[in-house]
Design a protein around this ligand. Structure first.
Ligand SMILES: Nc1nc2c(c(=O)[nH]1)N[C@H]1C(S)=C(S)[C@@H](COP(=O)(O)OP(=O)(O)OC[C@H]3O[C@@H](n4cnc5c(=O)[nH]c(N)nc54)[C@H](O)[C@@H]3O)O[C@H]1N2
Ligand SMILES: Nc1nc2c(c(=O)[nH]1)N[C@H]1C(S)=C(S)[C@@H](COP(=O)(O)OP(=O)(O)OC[C@H]3O[C@@H](n4cnc5c(=O)[nH]c(N)nc54)[C@H](O)[C@@H]3O)O[C@H]1N2
Ligand SMILES: [Mo]
Length: 785
């Protein structure tokens, strides 16, 4: 991979030249072991293919027993730990093994017996490690000691926790303004850790709290808040079990929320309609072997998971939703009971403006933009009209788009028309990503915090929170490049690879005075560092967290707003690890020596953090008692009860014009950057993408056959991909392998995080500030020599 970049403002990144240092073959995954091949996948999702794949990972991580035992204790609240794999809720019936292939891989990856020790770091310079693949870096296993970068030797050396905290404290106190620091969170951090982290940032004096949500569901939060006065979905597992139509937009459930397969199979079996809307026909839209049903596994029994597949054009979902609304209004002209008339009158506002804009949108535009025929749109609308209880769920295919907020508001519009909210079996259901990404927001990580949160924090914690909005992910990267942010703290995650514009992000980090990464494993963000740099290794979710008052549990919130406790049970990977709350407490005390916040007490007993959280966060009253319930508790949500906490007190229809989603030039393709089956965000387990039939390579681009033919590109040959950013700058990835795939004309697909090299820093939605990771405008041509 030899990307070139013509961003005029970033002379500094040539100095870093991150991508040119990285290994060419194998990309970010392991070194290639054979030629890249591609064969359509014909088997059901999950089942024995999954079991085999799990077996391979368990074997490579040398954790066979741990892996098996983990399957049985994970998610089995209150004794087990919460699966860090995704935010899909746990099975509360307690009868099934609520496990999945990717959750097990994820846990095994954390439980590995391999260790990244000071001896290992002494044997390799950072420059040398930079030439390793990301797979190889993480494959060294768990970090064992806090480490500090030594610029003289280009090695990371061990450092004591005390000295590490002192270094951070000194740097932070030396800044001219607290806003010169930025505190990133990835979505693993527990609620207790989150609360301490944001309390520290605000007591120190900044709202610079970027998080992975800025790249994930920011748009969903903003759209739902505007429409129904809550930033979250309103449904829960019971609703999923009682819906009679499920619409799933822009999610690859079989890989990224595998436990959803069970819900889809159950829905299909009880006669519910399951409509998949996706440019790709993903594995979840076919059939599955229910992942945790051992009898089905033994008998190879498969269940259908789909009643309809609609292959929309990229960004065509807005047009489809509007088309459904158009048919609903048509039907209502003949039979007014099609609309939830009483609900609309009593609870909503803006219906007539919405009706006008829907009626004014011509079919020709809906068909062209959605890439679907009028008959297909009408068929989807018929499902919606015939369903009493409808859930619409979505993930990144919807949220990482330029017009994501308008699109999600259109989803809310469609639901409101028939009163599909605030009642059983119905409502909006964003599919969240990281296991506690929703809890991070609930517990205060937010660069534009609600004034009510700050008021409560100030009142209960005796601090004076800053009121100005802070920097999000994209703005943090820009500020680092300008020299305005000088200290970066990453509480988990792998910022340099997860963020857009890889070279620009690397250049920003390299300009910092200090970068601090709290991590479990070695990753690229440790190698692209500031002048001073620290790696602080922490306990994982699976490990026993022992503090002064005894073993501690932490809480997390799933995608359905259920909060429950998670107890690590394993012996920590190293005796030198600290918990995330302990690391935050240490940083806080070293930075704010005179702070009246009882950091030491909080770290000694997490129940004392929960006591204060109970007073600050609405819905957490009696927090310590609530978590004693098996299965935890649900955070009360007014919208679920039909109370809409918007400025007007009504659920708000939006009446956005349908935007033009199709690029102008016929040459331009819309490229989406997605996950393969064998990866967890920036963690790559292998070079295979089982359900899409791709083997041995990640430097691939999936294209429509006709688009390939027109461009003179043969199957399996090398192509160059040139992207054009919203600011006109171009970026390039060379010698990718083109593979024929069933994706609509004009679209293409490839893998994150590699393809972040193509996304410009200006390529973010002006509605959500989210990078447009599913709509990169590219030209693809046979490789030049
Ligand atoms: N095993 C595993 N599980 C994970 C993760 C992981 O990396 N590995 N990541 C976690 C995280 S943080 C998140 S946020 C979620 C992500 O879960 P997903 O949203 O499933 O993630 P992606 O792989 O990016 O897949 C995006 C999907 O959207 C579709 N899509 C692209 N463009 C469009 C469009 O215009 N319209 C429609 N309708 N669909 C479109 C793509 O074809 C693809 O199916 O998964 C979480 N769970
Ligand atoms: N092009 C493109 N880019 C994307 C996306 C996309 O679809 N396309 N998706 C975006 C999305 S949805 C997201 S959520 C982001 C993800 O961005 P991040 O959350 O920043 O990235 P991850 O790969 O999930 O982070 C992995 C690292 O977390 C650390 N880690 C693991 N467990 C723990 C733990 O318990 N504690 C701590 N402190 N650290 C731990 C490990 O060291 C590991 O290397 O990426 C975004 N980037
Ligand atoms: Mo995410």
């Amino acid at each position: 991979m030899e990307p070139t970049q013509t961003d005029p403002n970033s002379e500094s990144f040539t100095a870093v030249g991150l991508l040119s240092k990285m290994p060419r073959q194998g990309g970010y995954g392991p070194a290639a072991t054979g030629p890249i091949t591609s064969d359509p996948y014909h088997h059901p999702a999950a089942g024995w293919g999954a079991t085999l794949s799990v077996g391979r990972i368990i074997a490579t991580q040398r954790a066979p027993l741990a892996g098996t035992k983990a399957m049985f204790t994970m998610n089995q609240s209150p004794r087990g730990f919460d699966c860090p794999g995704c935010a899909w809720p746990d099975d509360q019936k307690g009868l099934k093994l609520d496990i999945c292939e990717n959750g097990i891989k994820h846990v095994t990856w954390e439980m590995t017996r391999k260790r990244t020790t000071p001896e290992f770091m002494a044997a390799h310079t950072v420059t040398e490690l930079s030439t390793w693949t990301d797979f190889d870096l993480e494959n060294e296993g768990r970090l064992t000691h806090p480490m500090v970068y030594n610029p003289r030797t280009d090695h990371y050396d061990p450092i004591s926790w005390e000295s590490a905290f002192a270094m951070i404290g000194e740097e932070l106190r030396a800044l001219e303004s607290p806003d010169q620091a930025s505190f990133y969170t990835s979505g693993r951090l527990s609620n207790e850790g989150t609360f301490l982290y944001q309390l520290f940032a605000r007591e120190y004096g900044t709202n610079n709290l970027p998080d992975c949500s800025n790249m994930c569901h920011e748009a969903s939060g903003r759209a739902l808040t505007a429409s129904i006065g809550t930033g979250k979905g309103t449904v829960d597992m019971h609703d999923w079990e009682n819906a009679d139509a499920l619409f799933l937009l822009g999610v690859n459930a079989a890989s990224n929320a595998p436990r959803m397969l069970t819900a889809l199979a159950e829905a299909h079996d009880r006669g519910a309609q399951v409509v998949h809307i996706n440019p790709l026909r993903e594995a979840a839209s076919t059939r599955t072997i229910v992942p945790h049903d051992l009898k089905d596994m033994a008998r190879f029994k498969t269940h259908q998971t789909s009643t309809m597949n609609l292959q929309v054009r990229p960004s065509g979902d807005f047009a489809l939703m509007r088309g459904i609304a158009k048919v609903v209004f048509e039907a209502a002209a003949a039979d007014p009971s099609v609309l939830a008339t009483q609900f609309l009158e009593e609870k909503t506002q803006g219906l007539e403006e919405y009706r006008a804009v829907v009626e004014a949108t011509p079919w020709e535009q809906l068909v062209r933009q959605s890439g679907l025929s009028e008959a297909e749109i009408r068929a989807a609308a018929k499902v919606y009209l015939e369903s009493e209880r409808t859930i619409i769920a979505w993930c990144l295919g919807i949220s990482q788009q330029r017009q994501a907020v308008d699109t999600i508001r259109e989803i809310a519009n469609v639901l409101l028309l028939r009163g599909n909210i605030a009642r059983e079996g119905a409502g909006p259901s964003p599919v969240r990503g990281h296991s506690n990404v929703q809890g991070n927001r609930t517990c205060g990580v937010n660069h534009h915090p609600a004034p009510a949160l700050l008021d409560a924090l100030d009142r209960e914690c005796g601090i004076v929170s800053p009121r100005e909005h802070g920097l999000d992910t994209v703005q943090t990267i820009k500020a680092m490049n300008r020299g305005d942010v000088k200290v970066f703290v990453g509480m988990g995650g792998n910022f340099v690879l997860a963020a857009p514009d890889t070279e620009h992000t690397a250049a920003g980090l390299a300009r910092c005075e200090l970068t601090v990464q709290v991590s479990t494993k070695l990753n690229r963000s440790h190698l692209v560092h500031g002048k001073k740099a620290l790696i602080l290794p922490c306990l994982g979710r699976t490990e026993k967290d022992l503090q002064e008052s005894g073993p501690q549990g932490v809480t997390v919130e799933d995608a359905f707003s259920m909060v429950h406790v998670s107890h690590g049970t394993r012996r920590p990977a190293s005796p030198h690890l600290l918990s995330e709350p302990a690391i935050i407490g240490g940083i806080a005390r070293a930075t704010l020596p005179d702070s009246a916040t009882p950091w030491e007490r909080y770290v000694g007993d997490y129940a004392s953090i929960r006591d204060v959280m109970a007073r600050v966060l609405p819905g957490f009253e009696g927090f310590n008692e609530l978590i004693q319930n098996r299965g935890g508790f649900r955070i009360p949500q007014p919208a679920r009860e039909g109370e809409f906490v918007t400025a007007s007190g009504f659920a708000e229809f939006s009446a956005a014009e349908l935007p033009e989603a199709i690029p102008e030039g016929a040459e331009t393709l819309v490229l989406q950057t997605m996950r393969s089956h064998d990866q967890w965000n920036t963690t790559i387990y292998s070079n295979n993408d089982r359900y899409r039939g791709v083997k041995n390579g990640r430097e691939v681009v999936l294209m429509n056959e006709e688009d390939m033919r027109e461009r003179g590109i043969a199957e399996g040959t090398a192509v160059d991909i040139v992207s054009t950013s919203l600011d006109g700058s171009t970026r390039e990835l060379r010698s990718y392998t083109a593979l024929r795939y069933d994706t609509p004309r004009g679209s293409a697909a490839g893998y994150m995080p590699e393809m972040n090299a193509l996304i410009g820093i200006e390529d973010y939605s002006r509605q959500s500030d989210q990078p447009i990771m599913k709509s990169v405008h590219v030209v693809i041509a046979p490789a030049a020599g």
